[in-house]
Design a protein around this ligand. Structure first.
Ligand SMILES: Nc1nc2c(ncn2[C@@H]2O[C@H](COP(=O)(O)OP(=O)(O)OP(=O)(O)O)[C@@H](O)[C@H]2O)c(=O)[nH]1
Ligand SMILES: [Mg+2]
Length: 379
């Protein structure tokens, strides 16, 4: 007896292989399914392995026949069935195409070459747009897991994937909502000089004057005369009610007695380092607990680490949205975009000093368009 094993993608093909090599009178004495190949444990293919046995006498016959000995017709190994030959040939083709596909899969899942020239170019663009190194490293990890080699060499795909990455890390809130029966209380908090009062004036003009909703202004900025005068002047110009708030009780009753759709509340700029100031403001705001819409105002010119610090420390005021001001004063918004998250939604951006014009609803695409990609495709 001669024993041999044959392996093919399917059982049928394995049998055909055996018959081709050993003749048709073989006995199949074993059969098993095996997995082979793949890359890092993935994409292994199923194979069928058979063990066949054949009488040695039969083998001699085949040999003799094949050498033209005993048979009247020279015997072709395929002569028992032309169909078998076709099957075999198609089996080979199938096998070949599977091998080709597997090779493709292997190269496709191979990690993205993050030192490819295109990826390096993307990094250069991000650095030029002020995205911090931490962010770039994280992006690199993400791309390594997600992109195929082919994609990593396609600048269009890289830009598209990068845009997707930003889009999914930012959320926008849409416009300020009017209160339903009771006024919405929109409070702007943030560091000094970022544009809180100016932004309140822009929003009040838009909702109160242009859209003619019932709007009133409060300020919790009572110890600074100049600040009171600043907002007071806007209120007078726009003919909107304006109240100065000193305590939690005053805040509570101003909101309770209000008949407005919207109350805009200006606050004194506070250093994020002044925890006492933040706690004091928190205790006034705690006077009411519903319909509060707290926006942190951040200037686009803020340095990365400072912006991170501000976002963290102002968290004790439980702000739920972010307004980015002074977009007009910078060409690079990477550092701010890099610290945005989906939890604190972007509401508005302001683009200059002009009241009421220089304010827009925050839009993701618009922010993305501020990232300059020209160098990415050059040369
Ligand atoms: N270029 C530019 N300047 C702005 C923008 N928004 C506000 N400003 C200017 O920034 C300066 C400070 O604005 P304020 O509105 O007083 O800032 P604030 O946050 O209320 O300041 P404090 O009350 O002192 O904390 C003013 O000169 C504004 O005209 C903007 O979008 N772009
Ligand atoms: Mg102010």
């Amino acid at each position: 007896m001669i024993y041999r094993t044959f392996k093919a993608p399917t059982y049928k093909e394995a049998v055909l292989k055996a018959k081709i090599e050993m003749g048709s009178n073989v006995y199949i004495i074993g059969r098993k399914a095996i997995k082979e190949g793949g890359f890092l444990g993935m994409f292994a293919k199923n194979f069928s392995e058979i063990t066949v046995a054949k009488n040695e006498d039969d083998n001699n016959k085949v040999k003799n026949t094949a050498s033209g000995g005993m048979a009247s017709q020279p015997r072709n190994v395929f002569n028992q069935s032309e169909n078998d030959k076709k099957w075999y040939e198609s089996g080979i083709l199938k096998e070949l195409s599977e091998i080709k596909n597997r090779l493709k899969e292997i190269t496709d899942v191979k990690k993205v070459e993050t030192d490819s020239s295109h990826f390096n170019k993307l990094i250069a663009v991000l650095l030029a747009n002020d995205f911090p190194q931490d962010y770039i490293n994280q992006l690199r990890d993400e791309f390594e897991n997600e992109l195929t080699v082919k994609e990593s060499h396609d600048p269009k795909v890289l830009e598209e994937k990068f845009r997707e990455h930003i889009l999914k890390s930012i959320e926008t809130s849409g416009p300020i909502q009017l209160g339903n029966g009771r006024p919405s209380v929109v409070v702007l908090v943030g560091p000094t000089g970022v544009g809180k009062t100016t932004t309140i004036a822009k929003l009040a003009a838009s909702f109160g004057v242009l859209q003619k909703h019932k709007v009133e202004l409060l300020t919790i900025d009572s110890y600074r005369i100049a600040a009171i005068e600043q907002l007071g002047k806007y209120a007078e110009l726009m003919q909107l009610p304006f109240t100065i708030i000193n305590t939690r009780e005053e805040f509570k009753s101003a909101v309770k007695n209000s008949k407005s759709d919207l109350i805009f509340v200006d606050t004194a700029g506070r250093s994020q380092k002044n925890n006492l100031g933040l706690a004091e403001l928190r205790s006034i705001l705690d006077g009411i607990n519903s319909n509060l819409d707290i926006h942190l105002v951040l200037s686009a010119t803020t340095k990365y680490r400072d912006a991170l610090d501000i976002m963290t420390r102002f968290n004790q005021l439980m702000y739920n949205k972010i307004i980015i001001t002074k977009i007009d004063e910078t060409n690079t918004i990477g550092s701010l975009l890099s610290i945005m998250n989906r939890e604190k939604k972007l509401s508005y951006i302001t683009t200059g000093q002009s009241v009421p014009d220089d304010i827009e609803l925050a839009g993701k695409e618009k922010l993305l368009d501020m990232i300059l990609f020209e160098d990415f495709y050059a040369g």
